[in-house]
Design a binder for this molecule. Structure first.
Ligand SMILES: [Fe+2]
Ligand SMILES: [Fe+2]
Length: 209
């Protein structure tokens, strides 16, 4: 476990200089993440810090993201074609190195918020952030209300349902491949969820295949 320093005030101030669209997105993610976190008695400070920190570098240029990824030693050759993928890991590295923030669950949640991952799939703070980031009220409506209600009962099941939806959407509408991190997160969630009673994926939905 890391220290429990509270950097929320600094994070709120950070967004003063960022685009309005990003500020509003982060605020909506915060609101929804706190609502979901409250349903599961997650520490408010951790959930809010993860939500505030997740998109610190979302509005930065590809050149900036690649340079900073090199600086912090987190370069991944398979990400150079899509440098935006660095913004989560970079935010976590920045908070760790520049703010001395070491709460591991929160840093992992921030680093993996775009696609979750094998390591973060069962981390409740990461699940809350992943879900809230994808279905906050400013995002296109899918079946967001259903996911929110499911997430209030079980974060793992909601994360799995959401990943199934995202994978189906990518396969049907996008030219890029389904990210490996997303597939691996779903594998973990399915393995863990299959041990629980009374849950079947919503196979009746066409986008759930
Ligand atoms: Fe993001
Ligand atoms: Fe975001």
């Amino acid at each position: 476990m890391g220290t429990s320093i509270d950097i929320r005030g600094e994070l709120y101030r950070y967004y003063d200089g960022e685009p309005q669209r990003l500020r509003e997105h982060v605020q909506r993610v915060c609101t929804l993440a706190l609502e979901l976190g409250k349903s599961h008695d997650l520490p408010e400070v951790e959930v809010e810090t993860a939500a505030l920190g997740h998109d610190l570098f979302r509005a930065r240029s590809n050149d900036f993201l690649c340079r900073q990824a090199s600086h912090y030693g987190i370069k991944r050759s398979d990400w150079d074609a899509a440098p935006i993928l660095y913004h989560g890991p970079l935010a976590a590295a920045y908070l760790y190195h520049e703010h001395g923030y070491t709460q591991a669950d929160v840093l992992l949640a921030i680093a993996c918020h775009t696609n979750l991952s094998r390591n973060s799939a069962m981390n409740p703070v990461a699940q809350v952030l992943f879900i809230a980031d994808k279905i906050e009220p400013g995002k296109p409506k899918g079946y967001n209300d259903e996911i929110i209600q499911l997430a209030k009962r079980c974060l793992s099941k909601a994360a799995a349902e959401l990943i199934r939806y995202i994978i189906a959407h990518i396969q049907q509408n996008e030219s890029y491949k389904v990210p490996q991190d997303l597939r691996e997160a779903l594998e973990v969630l399915i393995l863990r969820s299959s041990a629980e009673n009374n849950w079947q994926p919503a196979k009746s939905r066409c986008f759930m295949t």
